[in-house]
Write a new protein. Structure first.
Length: 254
């Protein structure tokens, strides 16, 4: 429950008292990896790993909200994930609907804005309907923006943005001279949002897997061998602490 996190917020922060609450990353993105391997280690179906991964989502969303993170982007379902078994894909889609139905009241009550990036028109109708209902319910909230990356691929996003750009040029809305990084950024799914300051990938893998390819140009990366279902509030604190102690120069010299 949200109230649990509120009542114990100070204790949670004190687990890593070195976190500077004045320098919390504005945008954290997470590649939620390791659900299947978590289940395999326990001789459970992969779907049980995904279900446990949803519990991890709940605690991390709540803590990011409490810490004052402005944007949290979760890589939930990629354009490549359609290659998985029909059983697993169906289970993931059902979990998405279940999560939105069960959590939307608490998310709304705590000011969270539910958003998505990716081509949700390719999702099952029940997912689209629940997502749209969640968008509408939370659109005027002022708290954490929760971006669910669904049917998302970084290359697909860039191609889609370029198509929009060509359409605008053909329509006379833009000239070649008008085209720059800012123009293209505004045509991405994340248009109007800051690029992620910190990208977290648990489970031991050290690659982007087609995630936020345009936006990650100056992101800091934090890897861990912890599989996503076991990813804790303390792990989030450790990632933020590490981020705060890096020297971000953006190509310049201090």
């Amino acid at each position: 429950m949200w109230s649990f996190f509120k009542n114990n917020h100070k204790e949670k922060i004190d687990i890593n008292a070195n976190i500077d609450l004045e320098r919390i990353p504005k945008h954290i993105a997470i590649i939620m990896d390791g659900n299947g391997r978590w289940a395999k280690e326990r001789r459970l179906p992969r779907t049980m790993g995904h279900r446990q991964g949803v519990i991890a989502i709940k605690r991390i969303v709540k803590e990011c909200s409490q810490l004052g993170v402005k944007y949290l982007t979760l890589y939930a379902f990629s354009t490549e994930n359609w290659k998985r078994s029909q059983e697993e894909v169906s289970a993931l889609m059902n979990l998405l609907v279940e999560f939105l139905i069960s959590e939307i009241n608490e998310l709304h009550k705590n000011g969270v804005v539910v958003n998505s990036i990716g081509n949700i028109s390719g999702l099952p109708e029940k997912c689209q309907e629940q997502l749209k209902a969640s968008f509408e319910r939370t659109k005027n909230n002022k708290g954490l923006v929760l971006n669910l990356a669904l049917n998302y691929g970084g290359r697909d996003e860039i191609v889609n943005a370029v198509k929009k750009l060509v359409t605008k040029v053909d329509a006379g809305e833009l000239t070649e001279e008008d085209i720059n990084e800012d123009v293209l950024s505004r045509l991405m799914y994340t248009g109007g949002m800051p690029d992620p300051d910190l990208i977290i990938r648990p489970s031991g893998e050290q690659r982007l897997s087609n995630f936020l390819l345009w936006q990650c140009a100056y992101s800091e990366f934090w890897y861990s061998n912890i599989k996503w279902p076991d990813f804790s509030v303390e792990d989030l604190h450790n990632a933020i602490y590490d981020f705060q102690n890096r020297d971000r120069r953006f190509g310049a010299v201090k």
